[in-house]
Write a protein that binds this ligand. Structure first.
Ligand SMILES: C[S@@+](CC[C@H](N)C(=O)[O-])C[C@H]1O[C@@H](n2cnc3c(N)ncnc32)[C@H](O)[C@@H]1O
Ligand code: SF4
Length: 417
């Protein structure tokens, strides 16, 4: 499996050099003047742990949560000292875990970030369905959150049971959302679960829109090697058909596809923390992407807190990009939005996209994966499926390996991917 990702990496980076992560952090995090910079804050606490979930999380404990939030404030201060000059960021996203478990601390975190960064496109936060209540949503709005993403997974009890989660009460969510509206209400669903049909997915997305969602994410189920999930993956052909069918259904319904797996039913609804040219991540397991480096914080909550108390950044591994490595990282995540504007690539790298990847773009057009109009390359339905298919390899070859290691070791010496 990883042979595919290795060969693709060698072809596109024109080099045998792997992505080489070391425990030597860069001297500085220089992000002043970075275009399209986003902020991400990770809150790892959950009420119970789902066995299919790969994210860095731990059971909620009040004392640990209080210490963690103090450490987060300190990390924000340490990072803000790393760069001079104006600090404008497009967005701030809170993910987890279950960020609402740290609700009383969120206004202070947002205030601390606002002291150092000017946030131009709003604040988003992930919610567990159990937290969709009027007091929680009102507190979030008061703190400045204007986009929420609810981890529904499925409205159907049979799939919740497969996932080991409680049924989600659509009527109660609808009532709560009607009482406390948000600019974007996104709902997460998992697709390609055993036995799932197009009718199941259609019923789920229709219920989501009836409940007040104006954005949905349909994530393919990924069987990470280190999770304890017993669910089997859906065969490729069936998955391809299901993704194409639900995509066509949503497009015919008037939705816009704003990334491989997300669809908006209203023009201004958007929820994505990934499609940023650069981002700063705070909290355990959070990643930071800058023009020349990619770094990842320790996954260990106690080690995260301890390191920050000692006045150091909790960086566990750092990758210094070669130019071509940065280019394919950029192209991979820009293509996730289904569109790659050549002019944006040239602004970022100072060299025309066609000069660097002209042959690959021709090949993508010839294979029917992409079309080009006015310098913007757009993935076709076929291209989107193969992107999704390749992403599965990428996730298992890179993310699974990295997260598997980081869960075991707080401070690994190195990692080559
Ligand atoms: C951090 S969780 C969501 C927030 C909240 N903790 C919850 O459970 O509702 C982010 C999303 O990742 C998706 N997800 C988690 N594990 C997955 C897996 N193994 N395969 C595909 N998607 C997954 C789910 O849709 C989930 O809502
Ligand atoms: S899916 Fe959500 S609630 Fe479940 S373990 Fe993952 S982060 Fe926690």
């Amino acid at each position: 499996m990883s042979i595919i990702t290795t060969l693709t990496r060698m072809w596109l980076t024109r080099s045998c050099q792997p992505f080489r992560f070391t425990n030597q952090p860069a001297a500085r995090l220089d992000y002043a003047g970075c275009r399209n910079l986003g902020l991400y804050v990770h809150i790892p606490f959950c009420r119970s742990l789902c066995n299919f979930c790969p994210y860095c999380k731990t059971l909620y404990n009040e004392t640990l949560c209080n210490d963690y939030m103090e450490a987060l404030l300190e990390e924000i201060r340490l990072v803000s000292q790393q760069s001079d000059g104006p600090k404008q960021v497009s967005s701030l996203y809170f993910g987890g875990g279950t960020p609402a478990l740290a609700l009383p601390h969120l206004p202070r975190i947002i205030e601390a970030l606002r002291e150092h960064f000017q946030i131009t496109e709003g604040i988003g936060l992930e919610l567990h369905p159990a937290d969709v209540t009027v007091p929680v949503l009102q507190a979030l709005r008061q703190a400045g959150v204007d986009k929420i993403s609810i981890g529904v997974q499925s409205f159907q009890p049979k799939f919740q049971q497969l996932l080991g989660r409680q049924p989600v009460k659509a009527a109660s969510i609808a009532q709560t959302l009607a009482a406390v509206p948000f600019a974007t209400v996104s709902m997460d669903f998992i697709f390609a679960l055993p036995g799932q049909t197009l009718a199941d997915l259609q019923a789920d997305v229709e219920t989501a829109f009836q409940c007040g969602a104006n954005h949905i994410a349909i994530y393919p189920f990924i069987d990470f090697t280190f999770t304890k999930s017993k669910l089997s993956a859906m065969p490729k052909k069936q998955k391809h058909r299901l993704l194409d069918d639900i995509t066509n259904y949503l497009l015919a319904r008037g939705c816009t596809r704003n990334s491989i797996w997300t669809f908006a039913s209203q023009p201004n609804a958007a929820y994505s923390s990934m499609t940023r040219d650069n981002f700063l991540g705070f909290g355990c397991s959070a990643t930071t992407l800058l023009p020349e480096q990619f770094k990842i914080n320790t996954f260990s909550v106690p080690e995260y807190i301890r390191t920050i108390k000692e006045g150091r950044l909790p960086t566990s591994l750092t990758l210094r990009f070669t130019e071509r490595q940065r280019m394919i990282y950029y192209l991979f995540w820009t293509a996730y939005s289904t569109k790659v504007p050549a002019a944006d690539f040239e602004t970022f790298f100072g060299v025309p996209l066609r000069k660097m990847y002209g042959a690959e773009l021709q090949l993508a057009k010839w294979l029917g994966f992409a079309t080009e109009q006015n310098g913007v390359y757009s993935l076709t339905l076929k291209g989107a499926f193969y992107y999704h298919y390749y992403e599965n390899f990428y996730t298992l070859a890179y993310i699974d390996k990295m997260w598997g290691l980081m869960r075991e070791q707080a401070w690994p010496e190195k990692l080559e991917l």
